[in-house]
Design a protein around this ligand. Structure first.
Ligand SMILES: [Zn+2]
Length: 244
C-alpha cells in the first residue's frame, strides 16, 4: 500500500516528522506501522507533493523523462525532485522544499515557516491573497485573486504577474542546480501563475539549459494517488513479489 500525506515523512520509517498547525497532532504519527498493523500489508509513505511528482513522472506530464522538478503552488509553495524515476527524499524526507529560497521583493513578507523574505511569501495562494489585500484593502483568498485576474481585474493581474515572474526566475536557477529534463507546475494556483512564470523562466534560464521545458502538470488532484500507487508497486518489485 502506498500513501501520500501532508507533512514531512521519515522516508524509511514512514513516520510524520513534521506537520504544520493545519494538521494538529499529525507530527509523530507512525503512519506506515499503524496502517500495516491494521491491514496486514506492507505500507510505504511519502509526502503528498513527492507522491504527486512520482505520479506525474510515471503517468503524467513527466512520463518517460526520468528526472524532473515538480512545483506545487497551493495555499503554500512546495516541490519535489524525481531522479531516475524515484523521489529524492533527502536526509529527512524534506528535499525539494523550494518555498524557503530567498526571493527578490519578499524581504518584508512573512513566510509560512515564520521567517521573512522567502519565495512562498509571494508565489503561493497565501502570498497572492496578502499582496492583493495590501494593494486594494479588500480581503480575498488566493483563489479569489486568481479569479479576479482571469476576469481582468488590473490589481489582481499585477499581483499574479509579479508572483509568476519571481517564481519563474527562481525555477530557472533551480534548473541549473538540479539539471531536470522538465519542470512541472502543479497545484491550485499553478495554471494562474504559468504564463508569467513561463516568460520569466525562459528569460532567465542559463544557456546550457535553454531547452528544459516548463509545463503544466497533467494529473491534477489525482497525481498524489497515482504516485502513491506507483510507490506501492515499486516496493513490491523491490521485495521480489509480483505485481497485479
Ligand atoms: Zn520559509
Amino acid at each position: 500500500m502506498g500513501v501520500g500525506t501532508a507533512g514531512t515523512v521519515d522516508p524509511t520509517r514512514g513516520v510524520i516528522r513534521y506537520a504544520t498547525d493545519s494538521l494538529p497532532g499529525w507530527a509523530g504519527t507512525p503512519v506506515a506501522d499503524a496502517l500495516a498493523a491494521r491491514l496486514g500489508r506492507p505500507v510505504r509513505v511519502t509526502n503528498d507533493v513527492s507522491a504527486a511528482a512520482l505520479g506525474e513522472s510515471w503517468a503524467g506530464a513527466g512520463r518517460g523523462r526520468g528526472h524532473l522538478l515538480l512545483v506545487a503552488v497551493g495555499t503554500g509553495l512546495a516541490g519535489a525532485v524525481v531522479r531516475q524515476g524515484r523521489v529524492e527524499t533527502g536526509a529527512r524526507g524534506a528535499a525539494g522544499q523550494l518555498g524557503h529560497l530567498p526571493a527578490p521583493g519578499a524581504d518584508r513578507l512573512r513566510c509560512g515557516c515564520g521567517r521573512y523574505g522567502h519565495l512562498e511569501a509571494i508565489a503561493s495562494g497565501t502570498g497572492l491573497a496578502a499582496a492583493y489585500t495590501a494593494v486594494t484593502g479588500t480581503p480575498v483568498t488566493g483563489r479569489g485573486v486568481a479569479e479576479r485576474a482571469t476576469a481582468g481585474d488590473p490589481a489582481a493581474r499585477r499581483v499574479v504577474d509579479r508572483a509568476g515572474a519571481v517564481l519563474g526566475a527562481s525555477l530557472a536557477g533551480l534548473v541549473a542546480l538540479l539539471d531536470p529534463a522538465v519542470v512541472l507546475l502543479a497545484g491550485g494556483a499553478g495554471d494562474t501563475l504559468l504564463p508569467a512564470a513561463s516568460a520569466a523562466y525562459h528569460a532567465e534560464l542559463p544557456a546550457g539549459w535553454a531547452d528544459v521545458p516548463l509545463l503544466p502538470a497533467a494529473l491534477g488532484a489525482d497525481a498524489a494517488l497515482v504516485g502513491a500507487a506507483r510507490l506501492a508497486a515499486t516496493t513490491i518489485d523491490e521485495n521480489g513479489g509480483t505485481r497485479a
